[in-house]
Ligand binder design. Sequence first.
Ligand code: ADP
Length: 252
Amino acid sequence: MAEEELKLIDEKGIRNDGRKFDELRPIKIEAGVLKRADGSAFLEWGENKVMAAVYGPREMHPRHAQDPSRAVVQARYNMAAFSVPDRKRPGPDRRSVEISKLMSEALEEIIFVEHFPRASIDIFVEVLEASAGTRCAALTAASVALADAGIPMSDMIASCAAGKIGGKVVLDLGKKEDNFGQADVPMGMVPTTGKITLLQMDGNLTMEEYKQAMELAMDACKEIYKIQRDALKRRYSTSISTFEETNDMEEE
Ligand code: ADP
């Protein structure tokens, strides 16, 4: 289908799903949702649903893969067979290997890996429902899960994509926009320092459009960072109040 027929964005700059050019899909994050993981987070981003679980630091196996000077960060991104309308063939494929690699490399930038020689820090991300932007959702959820696990790290990464549809630069491409748009630029950054930890580009942009896309995505990452922090605050303020309630009951 030609992009013009689809009308991804109208003359007033309103997109197919009713969003403005600089509007994110709604994002919800809950931290600490899995009992047996050291840290976890569940994230809903538009129609994406993503679960992240963190284990470690723990002894790296196989031992020959250990690094005597630092921990090895192993992220594994997986899309469930039922996460897309046409069943996805289960198991790793080129795309999931690529996303796992870029997630590991991004997260290594924030974790104090040198504190844990010979260890591994394992991050599992399961995409339960996918509707474009899952790598950004995965990286955002993984950061919260790492913080929930208490892994020593300098900060969290927030991630978001910008792109181009109908000749206009827009934020956070939805599924149709991703399929029929002209460019998609997923990026990840540490919003407090501005450090970029992920940057990819699919399609073509002029230098000016690229700058606009980066500005949109960077502003959005600051918004996402607030949602990440709020999720952690909610998680730990509940723990503290439960702890206080238990103490009060014991004192009575
Ligand atoms: P991202 O999810 O990070 O945007 P892609 O651009 O590669 O990554 O994929 C865009 C969307 O295409 C995914 O979110 C998902 O909805 C869909 N998709 C990806 N891989 C498959 C697949 N193997 N089968 C069906 N749909 C897929």
